[in-house]
Design a protein around this ligand. Structure first.
Ligand SMILES: [Zn+2]
Length: 557
């Protein structure tokens, strides 16, 4: 009561002589409280509306539903373009007077959201127009191989299955012809994005994207350097193994291997050198039942999530999978197209990992903080669980295979996951370093930059004399910019948590039936939401900041 009176006096400016630090602080904090309560009144319903509309459009993709979804998303995005609101936040933040940790954290997040919205609307419209144009060019492009037009999936099929170097090269080169179609447009777009970034106070778009999502570029680069050092030698050894395998498969010398020999357009996925067929184990299983039983067993009930979800294929439905938190108050859903195979077992475990992260948030926290610490931290939880789908110990404990079978495939499963992880990690290095350098200087020789990076990190041999915009063939470079590194950070954190949990929380490498796992995750990961910065949350939950060490320990040594 006393405090309130003093605050009132201060606000009215009656006796400024008696202003103390504390009362200045209270005044500023109450200004922020007012801002937040107006914000919540405005945004909570808009957020829910946008999330529901997007859900409906994904479940039933009619033009009408997509139009409703687009309108609702725009309505939410528009909130953050309010320049008066941003000025208010800026003033509060620059005063340095907000000390309450919950308020200060909300202030940081809200300032970032609004700063990202302070773009000249015509600049933003121009960016969206450019992106749409490029997007159409990717969609309409078909690789022409020996006079036949091929989809990306058909190109991938040839790369995976053909053993003729000639055919592989033709398919790979055919696909790369999208490069010259979009390269100039992408460079223009990159420069445009940089202009926007500079307008709101950043040196380039890469820096802006990372910083506004709470990541310091130097911090991310340091982790990528650490991982590069930890994986380089082992990857080189594995690469020799891969090369020996392929030289034999294609009946050519190792020195003659080229990027088209690695069963993938970008060498981003593991080649199939340790074939083990996990699908056959799931043929007679119900992945939905398995996933519900597994999460229940570790003390994370997913029944309310499953009840709100859309699990099976139907016409007009999104063919992929995602998880969404409709209202940050318990309406958590996942969209899947479940089939009895290892891919969907992995996907369900993954999506419900996102699901439990949302479902078990602390509903006493303010709306802004009832979210993951970062998109990559929820990705990490999802990845950690997803990996179990091809983990023989987990499959055995869940009654999918017997002990003998589990032991039989243990070695090859381990090797295959290790290969997958190492190949992906080197590819993610290429994406992160290329994008960073491209936004720093879009006028440099990007073709050269791309191949230098590919040679260095993926250790692939550049085809003789090649000078093509091969970087432009990866759609993420153009349309999902400066995000790729989060996939890898998610994998690193998945390993860090897995190592922490199997060392300190449970004796069981598969987690099956151990409720201590769920209790730990609820308390240390889910309930804190985004009230701490991601690295602080990681430190609080594992005793260490994010490190590549455990990923290396799990997959390198
Ligand atoms: Zn995910």
């Amino acid at each position: 009561m006393m405090k309130r009176l003093i605050t009132l006096v201060i606000i009215l400016g009656i006796i400024p002589v008696f202003w103390s630090c504390t009362s200045k602080q209270e005044r500023m904090e109450s200004r922020l409280r007012k801002f937040i309560s107006d914000y919540e009144a405005n945004v909570v319903p808009l957020y829910r509306e946008a999330a529901l509309a997007s859900w409906n459009a994904n479940v039933n993709g009619t033009d009408e539903n997509w139009a409703i979804s687009e309108k609702a998303s725009f309505g939410l995005a528009k909130v953050y373009t309010d320049s008066a609101a941003y000025a208010e936040l800026k003033e509060i933040k620059e005063s340095g007077l907000v000390k309450d940790s919950i308020l200060a954290r909300q202030l940081d997040l809200l300032s970032d959201y609004y700063q990202g919205g302070q773009v000249d609307p015509s600049m933003l419209a121009e960016q969206i127009r450019m992106e749409t144009e490029i997007s159409k060019k990717y969609s309409n492009f078909r690789a022409t191989v020996n006079g036949t037009e091929l989809t990306d999936n058909q190109v991938e099929e040839i790369l995976r299955n053909s053993t003729s170097s000639k055919e592989l090269q033709t398919a790979w080169e055919g696909h790369k012809m999208i490069g010259p179609v979009v390269a100039e447009d992408i460079i223009t777009l990159v420069k445009h994005r940089n202009t926007i970034a500079r307008e709101i106070g950043f040196s380039n778009y890469h820096e802006m994207t990372l910083k506004l999502s709470g990541q310091e570029p130097a911090e991310v680069t340091e982790i990528f350097d650490e991982l590069d050092n930890l994986t380089r030698n082992n990857f080189a050894e594995l690469k020799n193994e891969i090369d020996a395998y392929f030289a034999k498969r294609y009946k050519i010398g190792i020195a003659d291997l080229r990027p088209w020999h690695y069963q993938n357009r970008y060498f981003q996925e593991a080649p199939e050198i340790y074939p083990v067929d996990f699908d056959k184990y799931y043929e007679n299983q119900d992945p939905v039942k398995l996933v519900a039983a597994f999460y229940e067993g570790i003390g994370l009930n997913v029944d309310p999530i499953i009840a709100n979800s859309d699990l099976y294929e139907k016409p007009g439905k999104n063919q992929h999978a995602f998880s969404t938190d409709i209202d940050r108050a318990g309406d958590v859903r996942t969209l899947d197209n479940v089939k009895p195979d290892s891919y969907w077992m992995n996907t369900l475990l993954h999506e419900l990992g996102h699901g439990v992260y949302s479902w078990y948030n602390d509903r006493n926290l303010p709306f802004v903080l009832r979210d993951a610490a970062h998109t990559f931290t929820t990705e990490a939880v999802a990845n950690m669980f997803g990996r179990f789908a091809t983990d023989p110990r987990w499959m055995m404990k869940m009654g999918i295979i017997d002990d003998a079978e589990s032991q039989k495939i243990a070695e090859v499963s381990k090797k295959s996951l290790r290969l997958q992880m190492l190949v992906f990690s080197r590819w993610a290095q290429v994406m992160y370093r290329f994008e960073k350098s491209m936004y720093e200087n879009p006028d440099q020789d990007l073709n050269q930059l791309w191949w230098n990076t590919v040679e260095k990190y993926q250790m692939l041999a550049k085809p003789e004399g090649r000078n093509m915009p091969d970087w432009a063939t990866k759609i993420h470079v153009a349309l999902y910019p400066c995000y790729y590194h989060n996939y890898l950070l998610g994998e690193l954190l998945a390993s860090q948590w897995y190592s922490y949990i199997t060392t300190n929380i449970t004796q069981d490498q598969s987690f099956v039936g151990d409720k201590a796992v769920g209790a730990y995750m609820k308390q240390k990961i889910f309930m804190p939401g985004s009230r701490y910065k991601w690295n602080e949350m990681i430190e609080k939950s594992t005793g260490e900041k994010l490190t590549a060490k455990y990923y290396a320990k799990q997959f390198v040594e």
